[in-house]
Write a protein that binds this ligand. Structure first.
Ligand SMILES: NC(=O)c1ccc[n+]([C@@H]2O[C@H](COP(=O)([O-])OP(=O)(O)OC[C@H]3O[C@@H](n4cnc5c(N)ncnc54)[C@H](OP(=O)(O)O)[C@@H]3O)[C@@H](O)[C@H]2O)c1
Length: 267
């Protein structure tokens, strides 16, 4: 496979892993970012472009056979939808490459604004006329790590009561996206949850054990539609799925705390 694969969000968490894995497979890769290339990535064809304005997209998409769309901007409700509109328009003009989008499990039923924007993006892609693949993944381990790390800085560690997650390792999601990019347009593919279904309290206990700390854990029933939707498990697949590294093994490597886009919007 010698066509160029464009990775949007190549400086981000998922996009960074996708970029590295494509390069490791010897694929021709172009990275899209609003920023200039960092030192050490000179081997990558780097393209500065802004999805929110469309600036630079014509050049970014020139000669591209596949786009792995990992860019996300959680700061506004419509940011990701507008970005997808610009990307689709530029892709249609550039010969209609395969557009692969990594979305989130349950976005069609969960009321969180960030998820609604992902669902709107999915529908834009499905009706775009472009050949596409949509892969919905569970929350990344990094996301739960971030939330629990913050909670663990308090004297008592608050967690969402009666709420479970099937968090998944980001490199595992990247590997699936890379695999699908080679398969070609596949429409909506099977959801990708992590290997375990754990309550947030279970995950808090794992974090405390792995980092050798002690805190009382305080499960809270928060009011409102969004916490209610998490309690109902609207973000969950019917069953967890083996394959990804577990949350505990992820934490044992001592990862840095990453602030995900979905969280950045509400800060
Ligand atoms: N985090 C999760 O738990 C999770 C779970 C399931 C699915 N997903 C999906 O996976 C995707 C990636 O998430 P992530 O957490 O890896 O994201 P992330 O680390 O926050 O990275 C976001 C990326 O988007 C780029 N970006 C933002 N605005 C842009 C713009 N206007 N133009 C061009 N690039 C822009 C940023 O690049 P520059 O700043 O360099 O321009 C950055 O590389 C998202 O679609 C997300 O919904 C995430």
């Amino acid at each position: 496979m010698n066509e160029v694969t464009l990775v949007t969000g190549a400086t981000g968490n998922l996009g960074g892993h996708v970029l590295a894995q494509l390069l490791a497979r010897g694929r021709r890769v172009r990275a899209l970012s609003r920023r200039p290339p960092a030192t050490g990535v000179s081997a990558v064809d780097w393209c500065q472009a802004d999805l929110s304005s469309g600036q630079g997209l014509a050049r970014a998409l020139s000669g591209v056979g596949t786009v792995v769309h990992c860019a996300t901007d959680g700061r506004t409700r419509d940011g990701d939808v507008m970005a997808a509109q610009h990307l689709i328009k530029a892709a249609a003009k550039a010969g209609a490459p395969h557009l692969l989008f990594v979305s989130i499990i349950g976005v069609d039923r969960h009321p969180l604004d960030y998820y609604r924007a992902k669902y709107d993006t999915e529908r834009l892609i499905e009706t775009s006329g472009l050949p596409y693949t949509i892969l919905r993944a569970a929350q990344f381990h990094d996301m739960l790590h971030y939330a629990l790390d913050r909670a663990s800085r308090l004297p008592v560690m608050p967690v969402l009561a009666r709420t479970s997650f099937q968090s998944v390792d980001t490199p595992h999601v990247a590997a699936r996206a890379v695999e699908l990019s080679a398969v070609g347009p596949s429409g909506r593919v099977a959801d990708l949850p992590g290997p375990d279904t754990l309550t947030m309290a279970d995950m808090a206990r794992i974090l405390l054990r792995v980092t050798g700390r002690r805190r009382p854990i305080l499960p809270l029933v928060l009011p409102g539609r969004v916490p209610g939707a998490y309690r109902q498990g609207l973000h969950l697949a019917p069953a967890a799925q083996p394959g990804s590294r577990s949350f505990e093994d992820f934490l044992k490597e001592g990862p840095a705390v990453k602030v995900p886009a979905a969280v950045r919007r509400s800060r």
